[in-house]
Ligand binder design. Structure first.
Ligand SMILES: Cc1cc2nc3c(=O)[nH]c(=O)nc-3n(C[C@H](O)[C@H](O)[C@H](O)COP(=O)(O)OP(=O)(O)OC[C@H]3O[C@@H](n4cnc5c(N)ncnc54)[C@H](O)[C@@H]3O)c2cc1C
Length: 413
């Protein structure tokens, strides 16, 4: 956002509670690597320029990429400043409270990401005290959990990668499998992300879907960039000794209960992955692309039965890792722009509160929005909007803030 504002000569300041790249520095495990290939890192004016465009940056490389971006254009950045309150005054100016004092601004872009606080189901409070509990954002490496087996709850990108991290290190892992879909890493000679990009999936606008709001809540497909990239196949983990269960449903002392949906969840993940391959096949056929044939996935393991219970003590489980996502906390924003879940209501980041914008939300505008791939396009859009509204305000003299629905195409000045 700052880069795009700078390009348009719009005065601004970036307030950051921690240091640049805080989420990557403080909330990702040691072996973390991107799921998206490096060539998709397309921050404005600073596309990935390293030697491995088809590779996947590890955590510290992502951090360096962000720090290098800052060195590259030197944004007006104030680190260590937490904004604690935001309201729009009667005159249309935004008043911000922070731990470094108060500020005013004509326009505000909230770019605080979607991952604010760990989402841990409240049944966690009923786990016996001898079992340690971590959220995925607190997990660092396989040596961190105390001796014994580990239960990972959740199979989104974090849960799958953490379970794999522990499994590869020889830790005994139990995994509660949810309904997240998966995608193959490679198919017919290319990374599936490259095929999906070529097919326009990352640029498809949320408004093109009949159920746009439901699309915004979609869980990402699990796959990994580790060691050059590969599938995450939970069935292969099970074949190699990991214990799989359905969704965790109840805690009763040391006894845990699981829904009878393990088989269905594994089948669903595979059918999504195979469906993506179907669409890649169709794309290859439609465009006469010369791509090698590839045999389809054959399940390498099936559950004999639905494992309904697990006794933590009998299984020797020392630690539970909640890989159950995050909740958003926009409680510090005093503006009537939220829906029933506390998510901002917006059109491509533009809210109904003139001058208040959001950036970096999942599916803000496209699948690429909440990622390195597409956030730059949304920033460009908002910068154009802010620029146009600012010039419109100059022309109108008495107007402050952003007239609603103002398009950058509106003739100004
Ligand atoms: C497990 C995981 C894997 C991911 N993998 C990928 C991937 O492979 N590829 C990809 O492109 N993306 C990936 N992402 C998404 C990516 O990490 C970012 O979350 C996303 O791009 C949004 O970035 P952001 O800068 O908008 O927000 P964030 O990176 O969340 O940064 C928000 C910043 O706002 C600051 N902040 C928050 N509140 C305040 C406040 N009140 N005052 C001042 N500062 C505040 C925070 O300190 C933080 O630095 C992944 C995310 C997760 C959780």
């Amino acid at each position: 956002m700052s880069y795009c504002l700078r390009e348009r000569g719009i005065g601004h300041v970036v307030l950051e509670a921690g240091r640049v790249g805080r989420e990557w520095r403080e909330r990702r495990w040691d072996s973390f690597c991107l799921v998206t290939p490096n060539w998709q890192c397309r921050l404005p004016g600073f596309p990935y320029a390293g030697a491995d465009p088809d590779g996947f940056m590890v955590r510290d490389e992502v951090l360096r990429y962000l720090e290098d971006y800052v060195s590259h254009f030197r944004p007006p950045l104030a680190e260590g400043v937490t904004v604690t309150g935001l309201r729009r005054s009667a005159t249309g100016v935004f008043e911000l409270a922070s731990d470094a004092g108060d500020f005013t601004a004509e326009q505000v872009v909230v770019a605080t990401g979607p991952y604010h606080a760990p989402a841990v189901p409240r049944l966690a409070e009923r786990l016996p005290p001898h079992v340690a509990q971590l959220h995925s954002s607190q997990y660092r490496n396989p040596g961190q959990p105390a001796e014994g087996a580990v239960l990972v709850v959740g199979t989104g990108q974090s849960g799958c990668q953490i379970a794999e991290d522990l499994h590869l290190a020889g830790r005994r892992v139990h995994l509660a499998v949810g309904g997240a879909p998966r995608v193959a890493r490679f198919y017919r000679g290319r990374d599936c992300v490259a095929w999906l990009d070529e097919m326009g999936h990352y640029a498809k606008e949320v408004g093109e879907f009949a159920d746009g709001e439901a699309v915004r809540m979609r869980v990402n497909h699990y796959v990994t960039g580790r060691d050059g990239g590969r599938d995450i196949d939970l069935r292969a983990f099970a074949r190699d000794g990991m214990r799989l269960y359905g969704r965790l449903s109840e805690v009763d002392g040391t006894r845990l209960e699981f829904a009878a949906d393990l088989r269905a969840n594994l089948d669903h993940a595979d059918s999504v992955a195979e469906g993506i391959k179907d669409s890649i096949d169709a794309h290859i056929d439609a465009h006469g692309i010369d791509a090698p044939e590839e045999a389809r996935y054959v399940p390498v393991w099936e559950p004999d039965e639905e494992p309904g219970t697990l006794d933590l003590r009998e299984a020797g489980i020392s630690t539970v890792i909640w890989s159950t996502g995050f909740v958003r906390d926009h409680g510090w924003i005093g503006a009537p722009v939220f829906d029933g879940r506390g998510h901002p209501v917006h059109r491509r980041g533009v809210t109904d509160c003139p001058g208040l914008y959001f950036l970096g939300l999942p599916w803000q505008h496209t699948w690429g929005s909440g990622r390195f791939e597409g956030v730059g396009r949304d920033a460009e859009f908002l910068a154009n909007h802010i620029d146009a509204s600012r010039r419109f305000a100059d022309v109108c003299g008495t107007l402050t803030g952003t007239p609603l629905h103002l398009s950058p195409a509106v003739p100004v000045g």
